[in-house]
Every structure is written in structure tokens, then in C-alpha cells.
Design a protein around this ligand. Structure first.
Ligand code: NAD
Length: 319
């Protein structure tokens, strides 16, 4: 399996499985089956509300001898409500307990937004709103305070690598001024409608590996019935993509994933369909021609779907 060498020296599989919107009822089986098919990286988060079930799938695979813990690369994320310096380690420990493991391979700051603390015994996962409805309250924690606590989590061995998600250029450069441990990875929304070449260049210059999420663009958000996604041409049917897929005898999904992996990014698609699971994993063994990569990059519309401004009407982090 293709891997990316992180700045911590650890090898991260280039293709993994994303756990967002994987139902609690099926999550354990989904993870177990994905391990059977060959997935080794799982991208989880407090916010996905399925870490216990994901851990059950992992435990079953280990118990049956399919894999050992050290064969897996388990990723989780710090939710916004736990950015205060004294809240980071306790929540990381709770998340580890939910997974039933004693370290994460990678633990990342989910969003550069500090929200007021919500006691996990009161509501978990807390989601965006302080009251669980629509009251968004910021905490005063700076990214520096949060990152220092993330470093402490790494120093204690609770995470082998630490990283960031949904951060943009200026904030990354600022973080690098004070970081004792540099972020190993940056996870961002990335697809042909949101190519972000300069952010990728910055990450490369700084030795930070990039993981693409929502690689199929609107697809993931059509499921959520978001109008903006429904109004956008589906990438699987875009003539630029389908033409390349036909030429190579691959599916449009594979072409989209290969476009990202060939440019050095890691990908974490999600599917519950056994055929697609297999397909999505096989996206490092064929090559697109340079002109095909350029043609796909040419579809850029600077179109972001996962933007709190759109779904909360506030917290304009991509302003
Ligand atoms: P995705 O790009 O993986 O798309 C999922 C959609 O594509 C689903 O509708 C699925 O049924 C469909 N699909 C998957 N494989 C297919 C195939 N081969 N052919 C046709 N359709 C296929 O979207 P995503 O779930 O938004 O992103 C992937 C992962 O990224 C998430 O599960 C999560 O782990 C992570 N993520 C992180 C953040 C963040 O803020 N850091 C945000 C969103 C997602």
C-alpha cells in the first residue's frame, strides 16, 4: 500500500476510509469489512459520534487476527468545544477509551474555531451549538493555547503525530512561529471545484502532508440535501472526468481520487458499497497523463461546501 512519510517519521497510508455519516448501527461492520478489503487508515472524529462503534470494528478485526494494532493508522479529531488548554488531554483520553485503544496515530484539530466547553457527560458529541440548538458561543482559547495542549498530548504518547484541519495560509504560518512540534498533516476540503494550489504549495514548502476530504465535491453534501451541492454539476458525470475514465478503463470516482493522489495528497473516501470500497482503494496503481491532471484542475470554481457560514450563518472562518 502506498504511504506518505510524515515529518514525524511515521508512514501514513495514502488511501484511507472516512467515517463521517457512517451510521452507528452499521459502523462496526463497515470498519471490520473495510479492514478485510485492505483499508488500514480510518479517519474518525468526536463529531462523527461513532468512535465506540468504529473501535468495535477494529477490535473484532484484531481479535480475529486480520490485523494487529500496529498495522492500522487510526486518526481522530479534537472538536471545537474542547480547545481550552485544560480540556484537550481529557477529551483525547475519552476518545481513546471510546475506540478502545491507547494511542492515536494522528490526532488533529478539526476546525480553527474555539467554542465554549460543553461537559461530555451532559451532551456528546456536543456539535456546534452550545445549547445543542442554535446558540454558538466562542471560547477565548487561542490556537496557540490549543496547539500547546496538542503538543502535550503527543509528548505523553497519546498521539504519534498531531495535525490540523480547515486551517488556511496565514494561520498556519502563525502556528509555525510557536510550534515546538510542527503539524504533520493538514486535512482540507479538496476536489476539482476547490483546488487550492497555493495552500498545497505552502504545505509542501513547510513539510506538512495534505489529506483531501470530500474528494467527490458536491456528492457528500447532496446526501445532506444542501441546495448549493444540488445546484452544482455532479463530478461523476462531468465530461472532462468521464472522458478520462473511459480512456483509462477506470470509474470517474477512481479518476477523481487518482487526480489527488498523483499530486501527492492522501484521500479518505467513504462508501458502504463493497464494490466501491475496493475501487476507492485502488487509486495509486495507475497514472493520469499530465494534460488530464491539468484538465481536471481546470474545473476549479473556488467552491467550498463545508463552510460554517453556509450552514450556521455565522463563524466565518473562511472569510
Ligand atoms: P466523500 O468525498 O468520501 O463522498 C462520499 C459520497 O460519495 C457518498 O455519497 C458515497 O456514497 C459516494 N461514493 C463513495 N465512493 C464512491 C464511488 N466509488 N462511486 C460512486 N460514489 C461513491 O465525502 P466525505 O464523506 O465528505 O469525505 C470523506 C471523509 O473526509 C469523511 O468521511 C471524513 O472522514 C472526512 N471529512 C473531514 C472533514 C473535516 O472537516 N476535516 C469534513 C468532511 C469530511
Amino acid at each position: 500500500m502506498a504511504t506518505i512519510k510524515l515529518n514525524t517519521g511515521h508512514a501514513m497510508p495514502q488511501v484511507g476510509f472516512g467515517l463521517w455519516k457512517v451510521d452507528n448501527a452499521t459502523c462496526a461492520d463497515t470498519v471490520y469489512n473495510a479492514i478485510k478489503v485492505g483499508y488500514r487508515l480510518f479517519d474518525g472524529a468526536c463529531d462523527y459520534g461513532n468512535e465506540k462503534e468504529a473501535g468495535e470494528g477494529v477490535a473484532r478485526a484484531i481479535k480475529e487476527g486480520l490485523v494487529k494494532r500496529e498495522d492500522l493508522f487510526l486518526v481522530s479529531k479534537l472538536w471545537n468545544s474542547f480547545h481550552d488548554g485544560d480540556k484537550v488531554e481529557p477529551i483525547c483520553r475519552k476518545q481513546l477509551a471510546d475506540w478502545g485503544i491507547d494511542y492515536f496515530d494522528l490526532y488533529i484539530v478539526h476546525f480553527p474555531v474555539a467554542l465554549k466547553y460543553v461537559d461530555p457527560s451532559v451532551r456528546y458529541p456536543p456539535g456546534w451549538a452550545f445549547d445543542g440548538k442554535e446558540d454558538y458561543q466562542l471560547s477565548n482559547a487561542s490556537i496557540q493555547e490549543t496547539w500547546t495542549a496538542m503538543e502535550s498530548v503527543a509528548e505523553k504518547g497519546l498521539a504519534k503525530s498531531i495535525g490540523i484541519s480547515n486551517f488556511q495560509g496565514a494561520l498556519i504560518l502563525d502556528l509555525l512561529r510557536y510550534a515546538k512540534i510542527r503539524p504533520a498533516t493538514l486535512q482540507i476540503e479538496h476536489h476539482p471545484y476547490l483546488v487550492q494550489p497555493t495552500l498545497l504549495e505552502l504545505a509542501k514548502e513547510q513539510g506538512i502532508a495534505v489529506t483531501a476530504y470530500s474528494s467527490f465535491g458536491p456528492q457528500s453534501f447532496i446526501e445532506l440535501e444542501w441546495q448549493k451541492a444540488k445546484d452544482t454539476p455532479v463530478l461523476f458525470e462531468h465530461p472532462v472526468v468521464t472522458k478520462i475514465a473511459e480512456k483509462l478503463g477506470k470509474t470517474p470516482a477512481q479518476v477523481l481520487l487518482r487526480w489527488a493522489t498523483q499530486r501527492g495528497l492522501a484521500v479518505i473516501p467513504k462508501s458502504n458499497d463493497p464494490k466501491r470500497l475496493q475501487q476507492n482503494l485502488e487509486v495509486t496503481q495507475f497514472d493520469l497523463a499530465d494534460e488530464d491532471i491539468k484538465a481536471i484542475s481546470g474545473l476549479d470554481r473556488h467552491l467550498r461546501f463545508n463552510n460554517p457560514t453556509d450552514y450556521l450563518g455565522t463563524l466565518h472562518i473562511f472569510a
